[in-house]
Each structure stands twice: as structure tokens, then as C-alpha cells.
Design a protein around this ligand. Structure first.
Ligand code: PEP
Ligand code: MN
Length: 348
């Protein structure tokens, strides 16, 4: 349920409303917008409490949220969520670009790619240390050592880092080494993992399951939010359709739909969304034109020899660079500006 007050409502009246809610043992989520302040309540609101709140001074309206997800919904939190990670802002008008290989392969590989991502103006280094592979005999990632390699490359070149975590047991170690934790498409409804991420202390990028509806994605996000972690990004990474020419079908509509339904930043992944290098740049630009708050893009210095099959969808560094130059021109036309970069850290 939400209680709506005007921004003219004196603070003491807002405090009184909050006190009444908290006395009932319910949690309060405050969201201040340009015209209204929305006080969100999660939990069993009795009709008596709803009526009492409706009568209180300063209250304009009391509205029941009928959606199954609450904290993720825009009704509950009308303002865009902006996640601030050491000065890099994700959400609102800010555009963030995450680039890097599918998998961390060696210290040299990730360091060189980090240098290139930074030189092109990206703010976040992506790379998997634990890879969710379709077959058990495929390369599964370099594991924990990859986390250190990536953290060092990120520090050296002044980039935030994002890496995938697949099981609850590995959340703490991934959170120790990476700035953002990624939930892959295959794990979108791994509820134990989502619950654990609710208390991990790191922002989470939640990828849409390749057969998941918007509603299922937002309910998955709700698990993380309900655990107390408010820093969640949604990611459209393509869904399975009858088309086989592309690896997946990047659902561009997901971007404005999710932004209408939710206040959480929406990131697009045109690499997995298409599975074809030549389609990555056009779909990256289309995503930004559709309102995406950021992109996550695979880039590799030697894609033909990359250790996962994702070389075919990885941009060459020059292509990544050209794309970012184009995005710089496109962003202001669609109300976006590149988020500030992280300050370069001194050499390790
Ligand atoms: C990845 O980002 O490399 C990845 C495995 O993504 P997804 O979960 O979208 O397939
Ligand atoms: Mn990949």
C-alpha cells in the first residue's frame, strides 16, 4: 500500500504518518518526488490502519498496490532509482557502458581489455570468472583466481567491475572482489541466490530469464529488494523465440515497458541478445534510443580464440570504440549523458 502526501505537507505531519505505520510493525519506504512524497508500506495492512491513515492530516490518498511485486514497482517508488557506485551513477539520465570479455582468461587478457574499455570511455569492466555453460564439458571459467585478476585490472585502469555469481555459496567471495554482481539468465529464478543477494551489500544486475515474462523478472527483482538491497538493475538480454538466425531475440520493448512498470535502471545486453557481432552496434544504439540506462557489451582482443563460444558476438576493440563515439552523439538526443567515470586509481 502507498500513502501519498503533497510536497507542501509539513515534515511533522509526514513524521506522524510514519510513526503510526511503524507502530504497527510495518516497514516504511519513503520516495520524494517533484510534487508528492510517497510513503510505501510492505506487509499486512489492516483495513482499520488504512482508514486511520486516510484520515490523517497531510494525506492526499491511500492506494492499495495490487501487483505481486511492490518494492520494484513504480507506483511504490515514482522516482527513478539512481545507483551511485563511487561516483559512477546508474539510472535516470545517466548512461553507463559495461564492456569486456565473456570470460576472464588470464591476467594479461583482462588487463589489456580493461585498458581498452577505459580508453573508449566505458565505466565498468565485465567478465565472468564462473561461467554458466550449457554443457558440462565446456570451459567453466577460471574461478576464484579470475575474481582477483579482474579486481586488479579494474583498479589499475579506474573501472568498476561486474561479474556473474551462480550460487549462494559464492556470493560473499564475489562481493569481496567485484563492484556489481550479475545474475545470469539461467539463474533468474534461483530464489536462494536472489535471497542471498538481498543482503550482499553490492548492487546487482539481474538478467531476464530467456523465457521469463516482465512480471516474473520484476518478481525476481522483488526477492533481492525485499532482502534489503535497493540497488538492483534489470537487464534485457534477449529471449527465446522461433527465430534461429539470431541466438536470441533482443526484446527492445522490454526497455520502455520495464521503465513504465518499475523505477529500477534498465540495462540492455545486445551481445547475448543477438549472438552476432554485426548486430551488436545497431542493437546497442537502438537500445539507447529506446531509453536504456546502460549497455553491457562483450569485447575481446582475440575473439576467434576466446575460451567461450561467445567470440562470435564479441566486438573487436576498434568496433567497441567506434560504437562509443556514436553513442556519445546519440545520447544527448534521447535525454541521456555518459555517467562520470571512476577516478583512475594509482598503479598497483
Ligand atoms: C554473460 O554475460 O556472459 C552471460 C552468460 O549472460 P546470460 O546469462 O545473459 O547468458
Ligand atoms: Mn557471454
Amino acid at each position: 500500500m502507498i500513502v501519498i502526501t503533497s510536497n507542501q505537507t509539513p515534515q511533522e505531519q509526514v513524521d506522524d504518518i510514519i510513526a503510526v505505520i511503524e507502530k504497527e510493525g510495518l516497514q516504511v519506504h519513503l520516495s520524494r518526488g517533484a510534487d508528492h512524497t510517497v510513503i510505501g508500506l510492505v506487509g499486512g495492512v489492516t483495513p482499520k490502519l488504512a482508514e486511520h491513515l486516510r484520515q490523517m492530516k497531510g494525506v492526499e490518498n491511500v492506494v492499495k498496490i495490487t501487483k505481486s511485486y511492490k518494492l520494484a514497482s513504480r507506483d511504490f517508488h515514482p522516482e527513478d532509482t539512481i545507483i551511485d557506485i563511487r561516483g559512477v551513477k546508474i539510472g535516470g539520465e545517466n548512461l553507463v557502458v559495461m564492456g569486456g570479455p565473456c570470460a576472464v582468461e588470464s591476467p594479461e587478457q583482462i588487463d589489456e581489455i580493461a585498458r581498452l574499455v577505459k580508453a573508449s570511455g566505458g565505466q565498468v569492466l565485465r567478465g565472468g570468472a564462473f561461467k554458466p555453460r550449457t554443457g558440462p564439458y565446456s570451459f567453466q571459467g577460471v574461478g576464484v583466481e579470475g575474481l582477483t585478476m579482474m579486481a586488479e585490472a579494474g583498479k589499475r585502469h579506474g573501472l568498476l567491475t561486474i561479474t556473474e555469481v551462480m550460487t549462494p555459496e559464492y556470493v560473499d567471495i564475489c562481493a569481496e572482489h567485484a563492484d556489481i554482481l550479475q545474475v545470469g539468465t539461467r539463474n533468474m529464478q534461483n530464489f536462494d541466490l536472489l535471497r542471498k543477494l538481498g543482503t550482499c551489500g553490492r548492487p546487482v544486475l539481474l538478467k531476464r530469464g530467456f523465457s521469463a515474462t516482465y512480471d516474473e523478472l520484476l518478481n525476481a527483482a522483488e526477492y533481492i529488494l525485499a532482502g534489503g538491497n535497493r540497488d538492483v538493475m534489470l537487464c534485457e538480454r534477449g529471449i527465446r523465440t522461433f527465430e534461429t538466425y539470431t541466438r536470441n531475440t533482443l526484446d527492445l520493448s522490454a526497455i520502455p515497458v520495464l521503465q513504465n512498470l518499475s523505477h529500477l535502471p534498465v540495462i540492455s545486453d545486445p551481445s547475448h541478445g543477438t549472438g552476432r557481432r554485426e548486430l551488436v552496434a545497431p542493437m546497442a544504439k537502438a537500445s539507447v534510443a529506446a531509453g536504456a540506462n546502460g549497455l553491457i557489451i562483450e569485447m575481446h582482443t582475440d575473439p576467434d580464440n576466446s575460451m567461450t563460444g561467445d567470440g562470435v558476438q564479441s566486438l573487436f576493440p576498434e568496433q567497441f570504440d567506434v560504437l562509443l563515439r556514436e553513442l556519445e552523439k546519440l545520447a544527448p538526443l534521447v535525454g541521456r549523458k555518459f555517467s562520470e567515470p571512476l577516478e583512475a586509481a594509482p598503479a598497483l
